[in-house]
Design a protein around this ligand. Structure first.
Ligand SMILES: O=C([C@H](O)CO)[C@H](O)[C@H](O)COP(=O)(O)O
Length: 208
């Protein structure tokens, strides 16, 4: 199981600072969607240039023009990028093809997907690398969590790795780690606490 730190509400210097502080415990660093919106792929490239050896995921949440857009994320330094599970099958197939031709990985984000079991089976057959359950910020504000959906995805995939995101904190991580996702994605639970290095270390220790 790997730990991914989602960096969302920072500028590029703040993102670099968080990476410095947590790099001993974190396996994958996410260049979050708000960073993509605020600083574009040039910001991703700055992080890649400063940290050539980290695993970087660009949370582009692609919906269309999929082959081109995944290609751009990889050209600017991502190892993994994201597409939405609600996108057209054709877009997801194009994205998977280009991703694999470039030797990279694609994570499908299930935010907004209504029939999680059916879509997980379809994405598994298409050859996605990861399927991620995701309770976004707007539903977290209504008290929703990603716990049940991870279970559903795990029951409906054969080959695809599973990921989980959405409001996971030090005190809720253990419950979700028990479900054994391949990738545990934590944003605010590490980045907004007083000691991000300690939070990342504690969550990483729970995985062992
Ligand atoms: O993908 C995310 C969200 O849509 C904002 O871009 C977050 O990175 C993801 O939800 C993880 O962050 P936390 O919910 O703060 O753990």
């Amino acid at each position: 199981m790997k730990l991914q730190l989602a960096i969302d509400l920072e500028d590029i210097d703040g993102a670099m600072n968080l990476i410095e502080k947590t790099k001993d415990s974190v396996d994958v660093f996410e260049y979050g969607t708000p960073l993509v919106i605020n600083f574009g792929l040039e910001g991703l490239k700055k992080i890649r240039d400063r940290f050539p050896d980290i695993t970087l995921l660009a949370d582009a949440k692609i919906m269309d023009v999929a082959s081109y857009e995944v290609g751009q994320a990889f050209k600017y330094g991502a190892d993994i990028t994201t597409i939405l599970g609600v996108a057209e099958d054709q877009s997801i197939k194009d994205a998977i093809k280009t991703t694999h031709e470039m030797g990279k990985e694609l994570l499908v984000d299930m935010i907004g997907v209504q029939d999680i079991a059916k879509r997980a089976q379809e994405l598994d057959k298409m050859g996605a690398d990861y399927i991620s359950t995701h309770t976004g910020y707007d539903l977290q504000a209504l008290g929703k969590t990603p716990f049940e959906d991870l279970h559903t995805i795990k029951e409906n995939v054969k080959d695809t790795k599973t990921a989980v995101a959405g409001g996971i904190k030090v005190d809720t991580a253990e419950k979700i780690i028990n479900e054994q996702p391949d990738l545990l994605i934590v944003g605010g639970g590490i980045s907004t606490v007083d000691d991000p290095a300690k939070a990342a270390k504690e969550i990483k220790a729970m995985m062992k």
